[in-house]
Design a protein around this ligand. Structure first.
Ligand SMILES: O=P(O)(O)OC[C@@H](O)[C@@H](O)c1c[nH]c2ccccc12
Length: 264
């Protein structure tokens, strides 16, 4: 079983357990009365001008291990990201493999004014209602781990309940599946990391970028470390970058965002 299959298997049992504790019917009610205000991820990345950054809060990862050595001050990190000019914040909510929590997302949402993206492995509509309930503005939807029917259903459901979706693709096949949908998703992220082997190569998104239609907001995800990487990605036509590890590890996170955005 590869890494992605292992995560999905764990996720399935977590969802079953969550449903026992809070049945879908109840969760739907709670999601319906959730009074977090929606901040459009699409609009914040679509704006004209320089490349945008989605800054990620990630405590650990299967490929990198622990990213935070001393103390994890979630809210300070979120505020630093916001003050440095991040357009949105991505929060890992998977606990077992990434050390995240759903409460982390709600805490971030309540402490910043920018859009918040839920980063998890979405394979059941239950998680989409949960995403609404915890206050996220958007969620990541990994094409590789769902079938065509799920992909279309989840995009519709998101629209219905007022959530943006960042559709994550890895290769031409994923892109073809996403673009087959009518209307096709307008927010697409190309992951530079192969989730089965962990290999990272930013040329992966650079090569695939040109097959995305003009009106899609394009995000290059993972393995972005330097201003040089960002310039290449920007020249390839991306609207935004999604960065976790290099920010989490940076001694000066604000300075690192400035560096990536070419602000100094
Ligand atoms: O930490 P990095 O290499 O900067 O990558 C951030 C983000 O792209 C990565 O965390 C990610 C992208 N897609 C995912 C899907 C699941 C878990 C994590 C991810």
């Amino acid at each position: 079983m590869n890494f992605l299959e292992k995560i999905v298997k764990t996720k399935l049992s977590e969802i079953e357990r969550a449903k026992e504790i809070l049945p879908l019917k109840e969760l739907k009610k709670l999601a319906g009365i959730s009074n977090y205000q929606h901040r459009s991820l699409y609009d914040s990345l679509k704006k004209e001008g320089e490349i945008k950054i989605i800054a990620e809060i990630k405590k650990m990862s299967p490929s990198a291990g622990n990213l935070i050595v001393d103390g994890f001050d979630l809210i300070s990190i979120a505020k630093e990201y916001e003050s440095a000019g991040a357009s949105a914040i991505s929060v890992l909510t998977d606990f077992k493999f990434f050390g995240g929590r759903k409460q982390h997302l709600s805490q971030v949402k309540s402490n910043v004014k920018i859009s918040v993206l839920r980063k998890d492995f979405i394979i059941d509509e239950y998680q989409i209602y949960e995403t609404k309930y915890i206050g996220a503005d958007a969620f990541l939807l990994i094409v590789k781990i769902i079938d065509d029917v799920q992909l279309e259903d989840y995009l519709w459901l998101a629209k219905e309940i007022g959530l943006d979706v960042l559709v994550e693709v890895h290769d031409k096949h994923d892109i073809a599946r996403a673009l087959k949908i009518s209307p096709y998703p307008k927010l697409i992220g190309i992951n530079n990391r192969d989730l089965e082997t962990f290999r990272v190569d930013i040329n992966r998104s650079i090569e695939l970028c040109e097959i995305l239609p003009d009106d899609v907001v394009k995000v290059s995800e993972s393995g972005i470390n330097s201003r040089e990487d960002v310039v290449k990605i920007s020249n390839a036509g991306f609207d935004a970058i999604l960065v976790g590890e290099s920010l989490m590890r940076a001694g000066n996170r604000i300075g690192k965002i400035f560096e990536l955005l070419g602000k100094n």
